[in-house]
Design a protein around this ligand. Structure first.
Ligand code: AP5
Ligand code: MG
Length: 210
């Protein structure tokens, strides 16, 4: 199955991508994780992306379109994939259409803006493998250590409250119109982001079957 996960910053795209990846054994492709890895490695793309990400803005379309175009050609995407964080603008969605990949479903995780700040302030991430935790809602087994790969967990710079407001504004202006775009194609499924991860996961899995 070829899937897109839509939703505001902190809605739980990365968290649900991990769950679907385990269940369907298809890779989760997160443009955010790819860009953060490039930043950590100090590549040219990472340096270019950093100023946009730190300011809560989107990285230019051509950069992320290029990333996805290359990534979807890799062998592990042949039997399906989960796109987490792409597309995020109408031009990105149109570029994806032109890549001639079939999209089966778009799952939009809906969480009101007022709940986003606490999700993001408590988030801790593993920069090595991309796993995501929360100090209250999804604790790692050992504090500060990734359950998956054992690396140290860190707080993302763009999870600071001022930047979160900018990311939400960017989301409403540029990404939310994609709901309409995919609704018109008849493939949009809405999942209400629940108070805990397990309940949201149950609704996500249901949306995969409906
Ligand atoms: P990206 O990394 O994609 O950030 P985002 O979309 O802002 O989304 P987040 O990763 O913040 O949230 P999420 O929905 O994955 O939530 P999570 O599961 O972690 O992108 C970062 C930046 O890169 C962008 O701002 C942009 O600059 C750039 N970029 C990336 N893609 C781009 C593109 N296509 N075009 C242009 N620029 C691009 O959950 C959040 C927290 O809540 C976690 O701690 C989690 O444990 C917890 N949680 C999750 N679900 C629940 C629940 N149900 N109940 C309680 N807690 C929960
Ligand atoms: Mg994420």
């Amino acid at each position: 199955m070829n899937l897109i996960l839509l939703g505001a910053p902190g809605a739980g795209k990365g968290t649900q991508a991990e769950k679907i990846c385990e269940r369907l054994s298809i890779p989760a492709v997160s443009t955010g994780n790819i860009l953060r890895e490039a930043m950590a490695n100090g590549t040219e793309m990472g340096l270019k992306a950093k100023s946009f990400i730190d300011a809560g803005q989107l990285v230019p379309d051509e950069v992320v379109i290029g990333i996805i175009n290359d990534r979807l050609k890799e062998d592990d995407c042949k039997n399906g994939f989960i796109l987490d964080g792409f597309p995020r603008t109408i031009p990105q969605a149109e570029a994806l259409d032109r890549m001639n990949v079939r999209i089966d479903r778009v799952i939009d995780i809906e969480v009101p803006d007022e709940k986003i700040a606490s999700r993001l302030s408590g988030r801790r991430v593993c920069l090595k493998c991309g796993a995501t935790y929360h100090t209250e809602f999804k604790k790692p087994k050992a504090e500060g250590i990734c359950d998956v790969c054992g690396d140290n967990l860190v707080q993302r710079k763009d999870d600071m409250p001022e930047t979160v407001l900018d990311r939400l504004k960017t989301y409403h202006e540029q990404t939310e119109p994609l709901k309409d775009f995919y609704e018109k194609k008849g493939i949009l499924h809405i999942v209400e982001g629940q108070k805990n991860v397990e309940d949201t996961t149950a609704l996500t899995f249901k949306a995969l079957e409906d």
